[in-house]
Design a protein around this ligand. Sequence first.
Ligand code: PPS
Length: 568
Amino acid sequence: MQLKNLAPIPELYVSYESAQKLKVEAGELSSWDLTPRQICDLELLMNGGFNPLKGFLSEEDYDSVVENMRLADGSLWPMPITLDVSEKFAEGIETGQDIALRDQEGVILATMTVTDKWVPNKAREAEKVFGADDSAHPAVNYLHNHAGTVYLGGPITGIQQPVHYDFRARRDTPNELRATFRKLGWRRVVAFQTRNPLHRAHQELTFRAAKEAQANLLIHPIVGLTKPGDVDHFTRVRCYEAVLDKYPGSTTTMSLLNLAMRMAGPREAVWHGLIRANHGCTHFIVGRDHAGPGKNSAGEDFYGPYDAQELFKEYKDEIGIEMVPFKHMVYVQERAQYEPADEIEDGVTVLNISGTELRRRLSEGLEIPDWFSFPEVVRELRRTRPPRAQQGFTVFFTGFSGSGKSTIANALMVKLMEMGGRPVTLLDGDIVRKNLSSELGFSKEHRDLNIRRIGYVASEITKNGGIAICAPIAPYSATRRAVREEIEQYGAFVEIHVATSLEECERRDRKGLYKLAREGKIKEFTGISDPYDEPENPELRLDTENVDVDNCAHQVILKLESMGLIAA
Ligand code: PPS
């Protein structure tokens, strides 16, 4: 008899012949180029990872999922899986129409019959699904600042899987994993979800969880999208491979899951459970603060530490997978081993290194002890995260025209070049407008495009270990924030507000532009006839009215030193 959890699960792919035919016919259809997050969602829709979903949610399903964590037919489903598109694209789409869904290179992956088109209430979605309409939550920030304004819903016809060139042998569809478990005779499988490198405590806890559940172990890391700032998946997978060798032979395996996480804590835990059940697992480890998004804008946790476990318990029969609650493991020095924190008597020495402390040690090149992690893991992490003083970073000046941004940026560039060590590039407003953005004017749309281009170049420089100095006006805080997010994936983003007042800039009027703006000869002039959002929390604010340029540049150098970005 075949175990229920190992029987094949429905996929949304059509046969090879039909796919070939569809590919040709789809040439006539309107095409939507999927975002990276939508590609992750589509892959799991098509391969059954999101079973019972048959496509992107309809409006009725969406409303029901947002309100009750259920599809309209009553099945448990906690996360809205929606196809968000731009208003412009939506305008040309009628319900009943088929559209082609393509990857970022234009390869067709699926078609969708659009049954629904609506403008969602994003504030309600944020409140209900993520617990608060607070953009400090990464998924709420995504919802308001990245996702399109219109949702399309409808069933999917799968043509082909998204192509992955990395770690191909480690990627499995739910049915491939089910087949593997069948072949190996694994009847009980406990899955461990992770978006972080594994250290000794994780290895110990997962091994114990498997023993307790009398199950084999599946390390099931996320390689789709995780929390901004996480260690990239390439590095993590190399780390996981090193840790796999530490488990007793043939007890444990690893498979990579191309999921786009939402960091939705309790709802996310239930979602993760359903996904693992679809992948043929019987048990699932839920830890403290599972899929936690960090602090909200008031500095408090979004969810309680055990909310995820509570919600999971409530729905465990419907999820169809048993929860193994995570034990917090700590190192007991006297016995030189890891033990569950709640089983340790008073009087022994307990050692622990938090995630924040680990990042500090890596960024300052300090020792990471053997009891904490495996030497192979530490070596990989050090390769990817060299000490801060060797990483790339971006200094981003913002302020009114004529505030002194370019002059200070030039002085800073010369000082950094004098120090040596890393290449320095200056992306001054005027230089950029000549070379990168020569066709752009000063409308909101054009300014945003200009700043995003600067952000893109700076992020590449930062990624490759250089120093980018940017000095545009950059009047919109949302755009500055987007650039910050892009750059912080690779290194520090140091925002510097050159806080020269408008009156002073106008009084100096070096280029004579303020006079022209007052006379209405230059339109949309920042500060006169166009807005400027003052930075609320820049890393540094410079007063140029009472301090000379050299001193201002020096203040920036001191700031960079205090952040560990240049050696003192
Ligand atoms: S933005 O808003 O960040 O895209 O602007 P930026 O690329 O920094 O370009 C600003 C420079 O363009 C000149 N200029 C104007 N500035 C503001 N508003 C209007 N309408 C405008 N028209 C031309 C001005 O010289 C700015 O240079 P800086 O170096 O800031 O004085």
